[in-house]
Design a protein around this ligand. Sequence first.
Ligand code: AMP
Length: 415
Amino acid sequence: MPALITHIKNRETIVTQDKTKPSWTLDQFDVEEQEGKSRFHDFELPLNVMRAIHDLGYEYASPIQAETLPYSLAGVDVVGKAQTGTGKTAAFLLTLIADFLDNPIKDQFDSEPRSIILAPTRELAMQIADDAKLLCKYNKLKVVTIVGGMDFEKQKKALEHGTIDILVATPGRLIDFIKRKSVFLDQVETLVIDEADRMLDMGFIPDIKQIVRATPKKEDRQTLLFSATFTDAVINLAGDWTTDAQMIEIVSDTQTAANVDQKIYMIESDKKYDLLLSILKGDDVERAIVFANRRDLVRKLLEKLKKDGMDCEMLSGEVPQAKRVKTLERFKAGKLKLIVATDVAGRGIHIDGISHVVNFTLPEEAEDYVHRIGRTGRAGKKGTSISFACEDDSFLLPEIETYIGRKLKAEHPPE
Ligand code: AMP
């Protein structure tokens, strides 16, 4: 990989490159070299970014980062297959941040972002923006978030009054602002499309096409596209939007599911609730998410759990956005230990330290099984997923097994 070699610089080079002369030096970020692993030191990252990475406690680059960064930092387009929990967010954020810090522009105008990151859900967009802010802790790059269901005027102001380095957006709301001329995309240097497969499923492709058309030609911008699956449709879109892209594929099972102890409990449907309650009351449950397939079931479970004295909240399409954000914040801060969610809402939960995921109903799409259990076992920690299989849905198991490429042992729940 020639790109990698040109990007390795020694310590001195990195230190002297930084003009801010902070008291922090790279000596404070000591990571032993290890065979087969990349350290963040191996890439040409600005010192202030290394400091932020150090604060986050990352030591080695995750596989998707190790494979993506040599190309993306060299300006090459990347199409990456990676699920949440693999560290893909930092892979694309570090690319933008390093590039913008290394190549500052003199006349940066308001309303003209240097990059856009498109995400399918509000929760995911906000999570990406949070991660971006953490990585920009020691520099002055500006991150703006544009999502539906949140304060319109505030977002308009953020677009119209101030420079923008990283604009994280959901497609619909961004189009509103493009139409109102609150934002112009003709200066975009890097376009990131996250969870492309989900964008397809959610019918966002016409919106994204419109947004992509407002950015410079694909030869004149860098495009990074990530997707949990590489379907023909995703590959076609990637072909339309990227130039000579490097394809990178990370096998999901070893990433997320490897850290998850996956249990399947065979149980009659009318006994499921009692089992759920006893699992959730277990001492080993630190933070848990319960998934159910439909909104009405999520609501019913919430009501029952609350009646039984459990402190919990729900995340589903019927919960107003502001309330969802509050719930996620409380959950993140450890003030709330239990969430009941539908698949779409649950996809936005990118929080470490979730000890248990319970599938109250098996997902109808095998892919959602992987997304659900991927909420736990993140960032190198162990997690447990417990899936209930009853007379109504156990027929879905074989499809899940085929999708994840291994057999799951169905057992009777403990007494
Ligand atoms: P993502 O797949 O981007 O949602 O990231 C999953 C989680 O892994 C996030 O909580 C990140 O903070 C964390 N993470 C990302 N990169 C690394 C890394 N190199 N080492 C440890 N944790 C990481």
